[in-house]
Design a protein around this ligand. Structure first.
Ligand code: KIV
Ligand code: NA
Length: 275
């Protein structure tokens, strides 16, 4: 299994880091089978799996529950779990307790937190307590309410410089990697070049050290509309819907089950039972 230090080595050697989200046993199994370098149990599960409007309602218990399932499906892949909304913003003690649940109960190898500012102190507290931290800057979905929706970040000179400063602060606080979401590629490239730790982009162009996409988005599974930065690599919706429709049709038409799906007793067994 790869460790945080391996991701640093990958940045140095130029080997891109391939990361996807996974939220349960089957998605984690496929992720590991396909050879992803890192799995993110993202709080995006609130939207793509639980059907919430945003990631805000997701709880620490939700994240522990899903991390455990992922862990059972992928025992040899580095797992990062998102700290949900307001579980790392109040104080050091709450932050450490919440992260400990994800690592000890859930089995995550690292946690991810959104934003800089006061969160930088929490990154320091977590890493100095022995919990690896992935930072997340740019579009930070837990703050969509404050940011005014899901938009590209860092477009003014001031915002771009702030983003670079924040990334450096996260690195200095001990973060082992940083997700850059929805930022222009030139800015993502500049940050990538300035940092020693790897950058993982989502909507950040190709000049970053790795990529991450949301499982249900890039496989088109239960999701109808996706952002510009998502490439859809399969159409699970079509395949699965066709299967379910066929099943319904065959049940109604008495075409399923057939002989091969059916248990049958031998003639003598029947006689022994019913005479
Ligand atoms: O929750 C999530 O899936 C994420 C990725 C978009 C980086 O945080
Ligand atoms: Na997230």
């Amino acid at each position: 299994m790869k460790q945080t230090t391996d991701f640093l080595k990958m940045k140095l050697s130029g080997e891109k880091i391939a990361m996807i989200t996974a939220y349960d046993f089957p998605s984690a199994k496929l992720a590991e089978q396909a050879g992803v370098d890192m799995i993110l149990v993202g709080d995006s599960l609130g939207m793509v799996v639980l059907g919430y409007e945003s990631t805000v309602p997701v709880t620490i218990e939700d994240m522990v529950h899903h991390t455990k399932a992922v862990k059972r499906g992928s025992q040899n892949t580095f797992i990062v779990t998102d700290m949900p909304f307001m579980t790392y913003n109040l104080n050091r003690e709450e932050t450490l307790k919440s992260a400990a649940k994800l690592v000890q109960d859930g089995g995550a190898h690292a946690v991810k937190v959104e934003g800089a500012g006061e969160v930088v102190d929490m990154i320091r507290a977590l890493t100095s307590s022995g919990i690896p931290v992935m930072a997340h800057l740019g579009l930070t979905p837990q703050k969509a309410g404050v940011l005014g929706g899901y938009k590209v970040q860092g477009k003014t000179a001031e915002a771009a410089n702030q983003l670079l400063d924040d990334a450096i602060l996260c690195q200095e606080a001990g973060a082992f990697a940083v997700v850059l979401e929805c930022v222009p590629r030139q800015l993502a490239e500049r940050i990538t070049n300035q940092l020693d730790i790897p950058t993982i982009g989502i909507g950040a162009g190709s000049s970053v050290d790795g990529q991450v996409l949301v499982y249900h988005d890039f496989l088109a599974y239960g999701v109808d509309r996706v952002a510009k930065f998502v490439k859809q690599y399969s159409n699970a919706n079509e395949i699965m819907l066709a299967g379910i429709e066929q099943y319904v049709m065959e049940v109604k038409a008495c075409l399923f089950p057939e002989q091969q799906h059916t248990y049958t007793m031998k003639e003598e067994e029947l006689t022994a039972l019913y005479g």
